[in-house]
Design a protein around this ligand. Sequence first.
Ligand code: TRP
Length: 338
Amino acid sequence: MEEKKSILTGIRPTGNLHLGHYFGAVGNWVKAQNEYETFIEIADVQALTDNFNNPDKVRKNVRELTLDLLACGIDPNKATIFIQSMIPEIAELTVYYSNLVTVARLQRNPTIKTEIAQKKDIFGQSGESLTYGFLGYPVSQTADITALGGTLVPVGEDQLPLIEQCREIVRKFNSIYGDTLSEPEHLLSQIPRLKGLDGNEKMGKSLGNAIFLVDDEETIKKKVMEAKTDANKIHKDDPADPRRCMVDYYHKLVSKDNLKTIEDECKQGKRGCVACKKELVANMINFLKPIQEKRRYYMENPKEVDKILQNGTKVAKKKAEATMSKVKKAIKIDYFGE
Ligand code: TRP
């Protein structure tokens, strides 16, 4: 029987979601949930690999992230949201997979290399404080993916080496223990990385240029008014090039209805930057309004959120248990049957 393709993706609970997450990832998952069986993992175990000394942060953000996901339109009737640490089978699989990957291969993984370099405060200048847990998180991510039978994994470009690593482990497993696991494929997002209003190539919390889904009107206004515009435009009625302007870049995302007018007026010098930014502020607030309203609903109904997480985790755990028993059988450690 041909199985319905399923999607598995994960996100670390380390902070609130911003527009970069929305346009680069979560917005796509909202569409995907109509087409595929969709699993979204709140990757608290992975978050702990570099936040092991900050459990309060991870715990708080499991809830915040769930609210953000539901606010964006992840529908618990269509998608399964679950908590990684509540599925011990994932940790168990990680142990067996860790035999199938060399330390050298993990150290060469480009995603891991970049992240270690970015986390000097935790892992030291030359990585001398690198932990076994962090180095090994691609192995536990392989367990995430295979436990749920995720054949499609939506990720950004920076995560591709992790999917490749997963495929290698799966192939090795199958070649030693027999055909048991299926190799996942990645699903690249259309807007892999949203630029910051400051013109930075990436919007990010640590870059200080993020517009969070929970930002209020004043905060949005403050951030947009500081956005980078075409440097050649000095006076209000100078013509300018929208392609050099971050305000236009964001109008493209949230002001679709009158984008043409906005760009024509800009090119013709009929639109001052301040007015243009004010329009963007209004449109962005409008764009975020339904998201924030939905978030408020769930915030006021915490029991409903608990249920969503508990039910989702139950569904995911059943799948993981089935994978675990296949894996145990393959490795011949199914001593007394099930
Ligand atoms: N590594 C991903 C990130 O940092 C999060 C993640 C955890 C994930 N488990 C996953 C992504 C499984 C895809 C599939 O964003």
